[in-house]
Write a protein that binds this ligand. Structure first.
Ligand code: ATP
Length: 214
């Protein structure tokens, strides 16, 4: 059966940490599509430095050669905050009988208890939590207790939603924050961002004069 993996984020801008993680993730599935979904208005973090359509355009450029990865701009057409709950509801309605997986990095996972209707997310999909390089952030007790009975290995999945899978893929020590800082400092970003995205940033003069918080 085909699985759908949903990788949501701000993607401000998309970088190899996102793209390579997405590609590696697909290797774990016999049959799967992966959808990257840029948010319009992120509810849990400072607002993005560039508008949602630029971020979606960069995502499209980054995955244009990946047959199994596509970009869905559904959150860009929704008014108000971009809640993952609403997106998963949409995908559950679209694929009522298929396994759905929402992908997030560990840094996002530890904030889950602040997300809109967070305890219901696993009614709609499984969650895949990717380890991510960086400082050790500790899970809140509330999250740890909630997830205790849900954490399983990927090969133990037997239903279409309900579980939490922790995956340790190859780690890419890249963040969009670092890319933005480099752009403000007029540094080279070729190591972190695909060439078409780099060109798009240059052609549209993105991130040159933004304020980077320290
Ligand atoms: P920022 O530095 O602006 O916070 P970011 O690099 O974390 O951005 P996001 O668009 O916020 O990028 O991330 C979208 C999702 O991808 C999140 O769940 C995040 O944890 C995950 N992610 C981002 N970078 C990586 C990485 N290098 N490896 C694994 N997961 C990542």
């Amino acid at each position: 059966m085909t699985s759908t993996l949903i990788f949501g984020g701000t993607f401000d801008p998309v970088h190899y940490g996102h793209i390579r993680s997405a590609r590696l993730l697909l290797d774990f599935f016999e049959e799967a599509r992966l959808v990257m979904i840029p948010c319009q208005v992120p509810p849990h973090r400072p607002q993005p430095a560039v508008n949602a359509w630029h971020r979606a355009n960069m995502l499209n450029l980054a995955v244009s050669e990946d047959q199994m990865i596509c970009v869905d701009d559904c959150e860009l057409h929704r008014e108000g905050k971009s809640f993952t709950f609403d997106t998963l509801k949409l995908y559950r309605a679209r694929f009522p009988d298929e396994p759905l997986f929402f992908v997030l990095g560990y840094d996002s996972w530890v904030t889950l208890t602040t997300w809109y209707r967070w305890q219901e997310l696993t009614d709609l999909a499984h969650l895949i939590v990717l380890t991510r390089p960086g400082g050790r952030i500790v899970e809140r007790e509330e999250l740890r207790l909630w997830s205790v009975g849900k954490v399983v290995d990927l090969d133990a999945i037997s239903c279409n939603s309900g579980n939490v899978i922790r995956l340790s893929l190859e780690q890419f020590d890249i963040s969009a924050t670092r890319v933005r800082e480099a752009l403000v400092g007029r540094q080279d970003i070729a190591e972190w961002v695909p060439v078409p995205v780099m060109n798009y940033i240059a052609e549209n003069n993105l991130y040159r004069d933004i304020h980077v918080s320290t």
